[in-house]
Design a protein around this ligand. Structure first.
Ligand SMILES: [Cu+2]
Length: 142
């Protein structure tokens, strides 16, 4: 059991090191079907989550696409979006800060999302600009 865990950790560290210099997954790398759709706390927005390179994402660094729509289903562009990964069951976040790039059509691509442990992560997301709201979609890492 122990050597196996050590080997797995080694693989994880190698994967993180290998990914650090690479660009985030590009356009079209996200699946057609979202992993989940979450209502914002204030109820103004709906947030669909897609992950890359797989869905659900593997342990390590992934990219997340958030598609933001209003109550009428219209994509909402022009928002400032900040995403903080957090693991509520363990009370910790991730040391790497994700970066967000607006892609149009209500899509915001979040790079460098470092989900370094298996389990349930919240993507604590703050929207500001013409809409001020928050959402915390859950991503379960196998
Ligand atoms: Cu944890």
């Amino acid at each position: 059991m122990r050597p196996r865990r050590a080997a797995r950790l080694g693989v994880l560290v190698a994967a993180l090191a290998g990914c650090s210099g690479e660009p985030a997954a590009g356009d079209g790398a996200f699946p057609a079907e979202p992993l989940s759709t979450t209502k914002s706390q204030g109820g103004a927005l709906s947030v669909a989550v897609r992950t890359s390179p797989s869905q659900p994402p593997p342990r390590g660094t992934c990219a997340v696409e958030l598609t933001v729509t209003d109550a009428a289903g219209t994509p909402v562009d022009g928002l400032a979006v900040v995403v903080v990964p957090f693991m509520p069951s363990h009370g910790h976040g991730a040391s790497v800060k994700p970066t967000v790039t607006a892609r149009g059509g209500g899509r915001y691509e979040v790079a460098n999302v470092t989900l370094f442990m298996p389990g349930s992560w919240e993507l604590r997301t703050t929207f500001s600009g013409k809409v001020e709201d928050r959402a915390a979609p859950i991503v379960n890492v196998p």
